[in-house]
Write a protein that binds this ligand. Structure first.
Ligand code: PMV
Length: 284
């Protein structure tokens, strides 16, 4: 008999980096996800199948699962290091798979609390937003140490464009920390944009404008790259309502609020060898 758990990927719409300092952020679940399947077997617990290699995987398994008696299979259609929450999705999937194996049911709050310890393997001191949305699945308004609010929002059509570069979240968060207090004003403004966005979730044009402002502030923090700036510009040239990097930056993805017909943007990306996919946010 197998035991399994899953966690979904995510995109941060507003508030990345600022959320580390107590400002609010909004994140949405993606249809892409990670699954963990556990099969009892004699001997030490071991990963027998994983879609990627990462030295931190073994450390994670040691923290998340009993030392003996399990074969672990990991399946995921989330790319790693792209700001799409692959590590958080994996942590949530592990927590749920273990609970299934031990025949326990966990509350959302329990999953979130346990997620901090596991996410620390990848992120050092995560704000907790990634694994909150990986567990919640929908759209969340997140503030550190405050109750997580599930947001009702109409579906947004978006295009995700992948820079192809891998960003290191822990390093980027540390680089932002080093610039304080000089960048505190930008962090405050990012938090304010989140609060404004929250009251305009049914207004894609307004959200688009706010995304452009958010990208400019993230650029000021030094977490954007030339490739990300170019993806934002490409999106706007092809009719996007707004676009910004999503996640820690240093690579990863840009999220563009889709024009009425996203095909022009998708074709332009394809033409340049850029991986891009359309999606509905939050996941249906
Ligand atoms: O995991 P990423 O790359 O999407 O980044 C998470 C968002 C940050 O605000 C940069 C870090 C955090 O812990 O909130």
């Amino acid at each position: 008999m197998s035991f399994w758990g899953s966690g979904c990927g995510k995109l941060i719409l507003f508030g990345e980096h600022a959320v580390v300092y107590g400002h609010p952020a909004i994140a949405v679940g993606l249809s892409k996800e990670t699954q963990v399947i556990l099969d009892p077997r004699p001997g030490p617990t071991q990963i027998i199948d994983a879609p990627f290699r990462d030295e931190r995987l073994n450390e994670l398994i040691q923290k998340a699962l009993p030392a003996q008696g399990l074969a672990v299979r990991i399946r995921s259609d989330l790319p790693t290091g792209r700001g799409m929450g692959s590590s958080a999705a994996l942590c949530v999937a592990l927590i749920r798979a273990r609970a299934a194996y031990e025949e326990r049911s966990l509350s959302f709050e329990e999953i979130h609390q346990q997620g901090f310890e596991l996410e620390a393997v990848f992120h050092g001191t995560p704000s907790g937003i990634d694994h909150a949305v990986a567990a919640a699945g929908g759209a969340i308004f997140y503030r550190k140490d405050a109750e997580i609010e599930l947001l009702e929002m109409p579906a947004l059509q978006a295009v995700v464009l992948d820079s192809g570069q891998v960003g290191n979240t822990a390093e980027l968060v540390a680089a932002v920390a080093e610039q304080r207090p000089y960048i505190d004003g930008a962090l405050n403004q990012l938090g304010e944009l989140t609060s404004i966005a929250r009251t305009h979730l049914d207004d894609p044009e307004m959200l688009g404008d706010l995304m452009i402002e958010a990208h400019a502030l993230l650029k000021l923090l030094g977490v954007s790259t030339q490739a990300l700036d170019e993806l934002v510009a490409l999106s706007m040239r092809h009719g996007a309502l707004g676009a910004k990097l999503s996640g820690a930056g240093g690579g990863g993805v840009v999220i563009a609020l889709a024009p009425e017909d996203p095909n022009g943007l998708l074709q332009a990306a394809l033409h340049r060898g850029i991986q891009a996919f359309p999606c509905t946010l939050p996941r249906p």
